[in-house]
Design a protein around this ligand. Structure first.
Ligand code: SF4
Ligand code: SF4
Length: 247
């Protein structure tokens, strides 16, 4: 399970705690959400009902993870397991191009938050504003994200450039360049210095046993993948972050 759900580069922050997505970006974000976690079969079914205007016939089978689906009454039912059901709903979303009100309703369900139709003031493009819920986030320093999530190959070139500028050899010695020939280099963290062997965990994660807290020793210069986590309430809830449970 990864730290990222969708690319922040493709999104524009609008009012505090909300993100504007064009119609195209909203559809891409929904499909990316579907592929980012364990299959969300109840959600896939709900979205299919919404975009088919209630025409889709969806049936479960006891003991099996998936659904029988027919696009409408009279058509043959087809079985989809969890991931295949997600892909089927993504295809339906992209092929049937639902109107913006329906896409907004889908976003609200998928991202478990308030969403509303909006127009981008710069481009005039129609889209959806999605509240992130981040105003209700407070890090509990439980260490789950640092200890459990898979972010090792998500280091950005900007992070590496910044550490080079600052002369942070102590951090850089834990970074591996994955492909020297590719124009945009890829990096891996955290490796044991002088090797390509992954460290058991981030070398800058410190446990404070008396308080049962975990702290980051490079908090001010930590990688953007860490700084940006979680990107939304849904992202946090789906990846085991308890930072939204306190409100
Ligand atoms: S999982 Fe959430 S609450 Fe726990 S350390 Fe990470 S950001 Fe903080
Ligand atoms: S750099 Fe900091 S936030 Fe990122 S994994 Fe290490 S301890 Fe956690």
């Amino acid at each position: 399970m990864g730290l990222t759900v969708y690319s922040g580069r493709e999104m524009q922050m609008t009012a505090k705690g909300s993100i504007f997505l064009t119609t195209r970006q909203a559809l891409d974000a929904v499909c990316m959400d579907f592929r980012s976690y364990e299959p969300q079969i109840m959600l896939f079914s709900e979205v299919l009902r919404v975009i088919s205007n209630g025409d889709a016939i969806i049936k479960r089978e006891r003991g099996k993870e998936g659904r029988w689906v027919a696009a409408r009454h009279g058509l043959k039912m087809v079985w989809f397991d969890g991931p295949a059901l997600g892909e089927y709903v993504c295809r339906a979303l992209n092929e049937h191009a639902p109107d913006l009100e329906i896409i907004t309703s889908v976003c609200s369900r998928v991202f478990q938050t308030h969403a509303y139709t909006a127009t981008d003031s710069a481009t005039g493009l129609p889209g959806v504003c999605i509240e992130t819920g981040m105003e209700n986030f407070a890090c509990q320093q439980c260490g789950n994200c640092c200890n459990s999530l898979d972010y090792r190959d998500a280091l950005g070139a900007e992070d590496v450039a910044g550490w080079k500028r600052m002369g942070r050899r102590d951090i850089l010695e834990h970074v591996q360049i994955l492909d020297r020939n590719y124009p945009a280099k890829a990096y891996r963290i955290w490796v044991k210095p002088g090797t390509h062997e992954l460290a058991d965990r981030c070398p800058f994660l410190e446990h404070m046993p008396t308080e049962n807290r975990w702290t980051c020793c490079i908090h001010d210069v930590k990688p953007s993948i860490c700084r940006d986590y979680p990107v939304s309430r849904k992202h946090g809830m789906m990846t085991g972050c308890p930072g939204f449970n306190q409100k």
